[in-house]
Design a protein around this ligand. Structure first.
Ligand code: BGC
Length: 748
């Protein structure tokens, strides 16, 4: 039995090593700017001095021009001074195809097909920080190769409701998980001299009414749930750009929000980068000028994104801003602060002479995409070891479902990609299971994925059903590959789902299939939870996400057992919609009444709600099965009493007790019994993913600073540590604990 020590070495250290290995050439300049400016950094000082120098040479008009779009995805530079344009691209799962200068049509280039990386829900499900760095690094290389300066991602809005059409672009329901996963992604992207742009700041937790909904949320929930991932992006990831959101918060639009941007982002968090609007999310020149917006992007000038008229000079931060500056209504210092930030962004990106050239569609990127995809897939049920399926066995396999062949890189809104390769689940299975007789039927159909409207299916539902039942009845096993897709009112920007159910008649189809064949395994392709009335009746369930270019290969990796599943759910699957906290409180809480929405559940989002209210979910946060088994023992803390500045180290032994290599995510949740304030029963505070060969044991540690046990006290608007006894629940899902430890924390 081999023993390996896995200690609490900070991930930042591992990432630095990875940067050193991957990009030694431009480490010096990048390192300088991936750190916060320090007074002893000569290079930083020189750059700041150059910025002042340039500022002094710019005319008012030139400065204002830098604060707004000149095309769909670019802002102008100053050719007179050799200052380049800034080019941006979506994000967050790959570099989007080239869009026309002045409308949303694709430009039709033939050299803009890229690697599609798995959606961020899948990345979050890996619970693997190193993979997040590799993802960001590869994506940043593709962005650089495509000559982009700003990559519009990652997204870290919290998964509040399973109806949100954009959950797939985010990192789940837990602020700690999202905060951990976002940092390496940003560092990876920015190691290429390409800015990450974390979005959508803030509270854009639904697509329905996103252009105007006014979110009311408690300060406590804001700070404990909705802001931590953005804060980590700024303070730990040193992100260079932040995108505002479309919605309002307490009556003010978030893209020029005095409290969110001036007080919190640029004040408390000392963000020194650029705030960019979402496309068309500015609504007022004075507010945009004074409340922290630096660059206005979009299409029209009316706060919407639908007009085709080129009116860049009429943007809020264009001529109207110039007029206000000229009349003295807004002081020039306000403009200078924006331009300083923009120039700083340029020094980090477009004016960085040391950045590499990037790479695109190379094998390494495909390998990263495949690894993230297979590590992120979550095995939810495996009755009688239905999976893995033996590739050496001759069998008849009925593959049923539209998602077996449908492209999932197309549609979905701005995250849509022009993938150079997209291996479908069916192709992946055909290649990996050459001995199987694979029969395929669509079973159901939906319409094409178009933005903003639902197109009907072009097939006859009953014929599809009959065809599916015919192959199911003669197969040894059925693989149902369904879920959602990237169409409007599915997993797509600009609209929410209408209910929790599987669409397009899939529930009925599944129960019909189960009538003719009991050997059914379900593969769900989605970025959201769905209800599963058939969950007890099928043998296996795999949550396979939107897995990008290598989707089919990654799926075959898991289904064949070449890769042992190790993904864990980054959000809860409730049994029914009303069991989700946001929906429990009715219309006022979702979608809102008369454009105003109350986040009535406060801090009780996701598993915090389920655990505290003892509502058993269908599948809990943090849950995911493996083809092997693990034993976790010797769980202890390094002390019994801690001070407010201390770090608690939970150490344990983990053994792979099965016969396959595999990885387990050990999770530490904190709870405070007898707390004087209302608290969730448990909150994730640490995790560690460990790879183990069969029979192998490892010693490992999870370190958690006691300061992370603080709650946000609204009485004085600050973080407070309650002294007393705390419980640490060590387990492998939010509702599954191997062991509970008690520690005591002294007075602050
Ligand atoms: C989306 C953003 C995106 C932008 C540019 C907006 O509609 O909300 O996430 O980056 O468009 O495509």
């Amino acid at each position: 039995m081999k023993r390996i020590e896995r200690t609490c070495r900070p991930p930042a250290f591992r990432m630095l090593l990875a940067v050193l290995m991957v990009c030694p050439l431009f480490l010096n300049s990048q390192q300088a700017y991936s750190q916060k400016p320090t007074s002893n950094s000569t290079q930083m000082k020189e750059i700041e001095a150059s910025i002042e120098d340039i500022l002094g040479q710019l005319t008012l008009e030139e400065k204002v021009a830098m604060c707004h779009a000149q095309s769909k995805f670019s802002t102008p530079g100053v050719p007179r001074l050799g200052i380049p344009e800034l080019w941006m691209s979506d994000g967050p799962h790959g570099v989007r195809g080239e869009i026309n200068w002045d409308n949303w049509g694709y430009a039709g280039w033939t050299n803009d097909s890229i690697t599609a990386f798995p959606a961020l829900t899948c990345l979050a499900a890996t619970f693997n920080l190193d993979l997040s760095f590799a993802y960001g690094q590869s994506l940043g290389e593709e962005a650089r190769y495509r000559k982009k300066d700003v990559l519009l991602g990652p997204g870290v809005n919290i998964y509040r409701t399973p109806l949100n059409g954009r959950n797939f672009e985010y990192m789940g329901e837990d602020p700690f998980l999202a905060s951990e996963m976002v940092v390496p992604y940003i560092k990876g992207v920015q190691a290429n001299g390409v800015a990450a742009c974390v979005k959508h700041f803030a509270l854009n937790n639904q697509e329905k009414w996103r252009n105007y909904v006014d979110v009311q949320v408690s300060d406590r929930a804001l700070h404990e749930i909705y802001l931590p991932a953005f804060k980590a992006a700024v303070e730990k990831g040193n992100v260079w750009a932040v995108m505002g959101s479309y919605n309002k918060f307490r009556g003010q639009y978030c893209s020029h929000h005095e409290f969110l941007i001036n007080t919190i982002l640029k004040g408390d968090w000392a963000f020194d980068g650029v705030v960019i609007t979402d496309w068309g999310s500015a609504h007022d020149t004075r507010e945009a000028a004074l409340y922290g917006l630096d660059i206005e992007m979009g299409t029209g000038t009316d706060g919407l994104t639908s007009t085709l008229i080129n009116a860049y000079d009429n943007y809020y931060l264009a001529n109207p801003f110039l007029e206000m500056l000229k009349s003295g209504e807004v002081p020039e210092e306000v403009l200078d602060d924006k331009v300083r930030r923009i120039l700083r962004l340029m020094y980090r990106t477009s004016m960085n002479p040391d950045r590499g050239m990037g790479k695109m569609n190379n094998q390494e990127h495909l390998d990263v995409a495949r690894k993230v995809a297979s590590e992120g897939m979550v095995l939810l049920k495996n009755q009688g070891q239905f999976f893995p399926l033996d590739p050496d066995k001759e069998m008849t396999l009925a593959v049923i479902g539209e998602n077996a062949t449908r492209s999932m890189t197309q549609g979905g809104g701005s995250s849509e990609l022009k993938a150079k390769i997209e291996v479908s689940p069916l192709d992946g299975l055909r290649q990996r299971f050459p001995k199987a007789n694979i029969l395929h039927a669509m079973g159901y159909a939906s319409g094409p994925s178009v933005y903003g409207r639902v197109e009907p299916a072009r097939y006859d539902a009953d014929s599809l059903r009959q065809e599916a039942l015919a192959i199911a009845s003669k197969a040894d096993k059925v693989l149902f590959i369904g879920g959602l897709n990237k169409s409007h009112r599915q997993d797509c920007e600009g609209g929410d789902r209408e209910n929790l159910r599987l669409p397009f008649g899939q529930d009925n189809l599944l129960s019909d299939i189960l009538e003719v064949n009991k050997e059914v395994g379900v593969v769900l392709i989605s970025g959201n939870a769905v209800s599963m009335p058939w969950a007890d009746d099928v043998q296996g369930i795999l949550q396979a996400w939107y897995a990008g270019s290598m989707a089919g290969y990654a799926l075959a990796d898991i289904l064949s057992g070449d890769v042992n599943p190790s993904g864990k759910l980054p959000f809860t699957f409730p049994e029914t919609l009303v069991e989700n906290a946001a929906h429990h409180f009715g219309e006022a809480s979702y979608p809102g009444i008369k454009k105003v929405q109350q986040y009535a559940e406060g801090i009780f989002v996701g598993y915090r709600w389920h655990e505290t209210k003892k509502i058993k979910p269908l599948f809990p946060f943090g849950f995911g099965l493996s083809y092997t088994s693990f034993k976790v023992s010797e769980i202890k803390t390094n002390a019994k009493r801690y001070g407010s500045q201390d770090t608690v180290t939970v150490s344990f032994e983990i053994e792979n007790t099965g016969s396959r290599a595999g990885a387990e995510v050990v999770q530490v949740y904190m709870g405070k019994p007898d707390s004087k304030i209302e608290r969730p029963t448990r909150e994730l505070k640490g995790f560690q993913k460990l790879d183990l060969k069969p029979g192998e044991s490892q010693s490992a540690e999870i370190c958690t600073p006691i300061s992370s046990f603080r709650y946000f006290n609204e009485d004085f608007s600050g973080w407070q540590l309650e002294p007393g006894v705390y419980r640490l629940y060590v387990g492998n899902a939010s509702d599954h604990t191997y062991h509970t430890l008690e520690i005591e924390v002294g007075q602050d």
